[in-house]
Design a protein around this ligand. Structure first.
Ligand SMILES: Nc1nc2c(ncn2[C@@H]2O[C@H](COP(=O)(O)OP(=O)(O)OP(=O)(O)O)[C@@H](O)[C@H]2O)c(=O)[nH]1
Ligand SMILES: [Mg+2]
Length: 321
């Protein structure tokens, strides 16, 4: 590892990244994902170059076809000359190299295309969680000049809802499932959908999912954007043009309605708070680890001598002194 080569490194890397150097991009992403100081410095330098990419979240249950759909969508964007970044997030199985390899194989033709950049993320940073690292990775890809960044996440849990907050357009995928048609409704992720997709529409049971979604969405509130429900067969690249066009329409809606501006402010606030939170926590923990206070308090809680709230208050109080 060469992470201690001095503070000039990030600047040089950033210059190369901005000039389109893919090696530099990969390197910066590694620094950023691991929370290294060089990563933070690079993010600072890159920030003024961000805000151009359209960020599309693709979420849905395991195996619903997110990677296949992302690949098909990326190919369609490439046909239209757009540069595409793909971020595949796998929070459930940090060591599932098999799954990542599977993704790679499905996207093999894309990996040889210089207009496509694919990043798989299966690591959760020590602090701040996967969502923070993902946001930073998306920021870097935005600065690197991707026109569209597709972020694939399994639709379950808080991280995914936070990642949906990062996306301008969130595509929620549903599939015909054995006796469990409406997995997405159960998981509560329909609420974050800007576009609903019934993938695996080549399977007969897809029709009933499609109908149920229509019934459900007719009951849902509509705030200026009517959520389209589309059918796709991603493995055959069917319905992909319609999906891309729905994404473009949603983007136009965001711009014209002023929602994009609102999102920018919302995101700025969230980023500020989440980074501040991480910094505070890092500061407190670094000191408490060093002086042994952290372990003392852990022991005290485990021994039932202190409750976690009192212990946390002491931890923070101690660090502030
Ligand atoms: N029949 C059918 N199969 C599909 C379709 N789209 C994807 N598949 C298949 O479904 C399987 C899972 O696809 P993936 O793209 O890996 O799904 P995923 O949601 O990315 O999976 P995870 O990342 O593991 O959650 C693969 O075998 C695909 O070939 C489709 O429209 N119809
Ligand atoms: Mg996948």
């Amino acid at each position: 590892m060469t992470r201690r080569q001095g503070s000039g490194q990030a600047s040089d890397l950033v210059q190369r990244l901005l000039a389109g150097d893919r090696w530099a991009l990969t390197r910066v992403l590694t620094f950023v994902e691991n929370g290294y100081p060089e990563g933070r410095q690079a993010l600072g330098e890159l920030f003024s170059h961000t805000g151009r990419a359209h960020i599309v979240g693709i979420t849905g249950p395991t195996g619903c076809g997110k990677s296949t759909l992302a690949g098909a969508l990326a190919r369609e964007y490439r046909r239209r000359g757009a540069k595409v970044g793909i971020v595949a997030v796998d929070p459930t199985s940090p060591f599932s190299h098999g799954a990542l390899l599977g993704d790679r194989i499905r996207m093999q033709d894309l990996t040889s295309d210089p207009g496509v950049f694919i990043r798989s993320m299966a690591t959760r940073g020590a602090l701040g969680g996967l969502a923070v690292a993902t946001n930073d990775v998306v920021t870097v890809l935005d600065a690197a000049g991707e026109d569209v960044v597709l972020v694939e996440t399994v639709g379950a849990g808080q991280d995914e809802v936070e990642i949906a907050d990062t996306a301008h357009t969130t595509v929620v995928i549903n599939i015909p499932g054995a006796g469990d048609d409406m997995q997405a409704i159960k998981a509560g992720i329909l609420e974050i959908a800007d576009i609903l997709v019934v993938n695996k529409a080549d399977q007969p049971a897809a029709e009933s999912v499609y109908k149920q979604l229509h019934i459900f969405m007719d009951l849902a509130r509509n705030e200026g954007w009517e959520v389209p429900i589309l059918k796709t067969a991603a493995h055959k690249e069917q319905g992909i043009v319609e999906l891309l066009e729905a994404v473009s329409r949603h983007r136009a809606y965001l711009t014209e309605s002023g929602r994009l501006e609102e999102m920018r402010r919302h995101r700025a606030r969230r980023q500020l708070l989440s980074v501040a939170q991480r910094m505070l926590l890092e500061g407190v923990l670094a000191q408490a680890r060093e002086n042994g206070r952290l372990e003392e308090l852990v022991e005290a809680i485990a021994a039932r001598e202190l409750d976690p709230h009192t212990a946390a208050a002491r931890l923070i109080g101690g660090a502030a002194q």
